[in-house]
Design a protein around this ligand. Sequence first.
Ligand code: HEC
Length: 190
Amino acid sequence: MNHPLRLLTMLALACTSACVACGTDEPLEPGREYVKDMIDSVPYDSFSPNPVLRDHKTLQPPAPGTLALGVEPFDYAATPEDALRAGRELTNPLTSTPESIARGDRVFHTVCYVCHGDRGAGDGPVIPRFPRPPSLTAAHAKGLPDGQLFHIITRGQGLMPSHAAQVRPDDRWRVIHYLRSLQAGAGGSP
Ligand code: HEC
């Protein structure tokens, strides 16, 4: 290695170690900020006070009557009356196909199975530590209209909590296709 090259290499090494050693020996020291804008946010943060807006809040509620993109309105309260009303007013918008039943099967076995069991008999792995649900192939469940089943999944019923957060609306209708196929296959069981 000739002389100027050696000098350059040493300089480069010195620079690198200077950069790497930005912090101090004190482990509690955060070190030096060298891309300041990446550390200190320039825009107002969601929960920071805001001098520009009238209520001084950065995060604003949506305007009344607006819906977030992708959110489907479901104008039914978590009451038995609205469950019955959903049963009268709503019909399954999806056609029952082997694919939709297969998807419903998958969702059922991911979300509902723990309580309702493999074939909907109410014998999932958490039973009897959790109160036993009625059989989904019994005459009562068979007689529930699709809209009411959709309401039960969306709003919950009695001891069963809402599953709106776990199952998106189109998948709820597919689970209903699956339940119907289970009920048909289960024939006249209890
Ligand atoms: C944490 C346990 C649990 C999970 C998970 C659960 N359920 Fe339930 N389910 C119950 C219980 C308990 C009942 C009885 C509720 C009541 O009326 O008190 C019930 C009731 C029902 C009923 C009404 C049956 C009838 O004859 O009245 C349907 C339909 C139903 N569940 C479907 C589902 C579906 C579909 C899923 C999955 C998306 C699901 N459940 C997930 C516990 C659960």
